[in-house]
Design a protein around this ligand. Sequence first.
Ligand SMILES: [Zn+2]
Length: 158
Amino acid sequence: MTDAPTERTCKEVLQVAQHRGAEEWRNTKAQREALRARFGGRCAYCGGDLGKTMHADHMEPCIRLHTDPWSRPVPVEERRLLKPERNVVSNMMPACAPCNLHKGGYSLEQWRTYIARSAEIVRAQTSTFRAGERFGVISVSDRPVRFYFELLAGGGAT
Ligand SMILES: [Zn+2]
């Protein structure tokens, strides 16, 4: 199997999912309830309580194209998905809004790298951060980024 980009209409998504025996993510109430319960009502990434809100995140991104190459909106029936095979239940994660919005279109590993670089990024951007470090108010750890679902799978933090 190749990892080359694919482009299909939304109608083809279901056919792809059915062909592979995977359940297509349709954002139904039942699917959302099952997703929320997957990690006991907690965000799969940070472990925070989801509360009343839950974002259904595609762990590996399934990017929707809403515009044509000239940035003009396209009708709903002509909208396309990149990687439509990722629009399946097994690729969905329950996420809090801040995690989902910060992750955006990153893959899990791209996002992990981005989070790991967060201190470096903010240090370069603000003298306040650098002053905070010089005076010991801010301390940065080089602890690896581990997501909540990984901690659960691995039996807890080390
Ligand atoms: Zn979160």
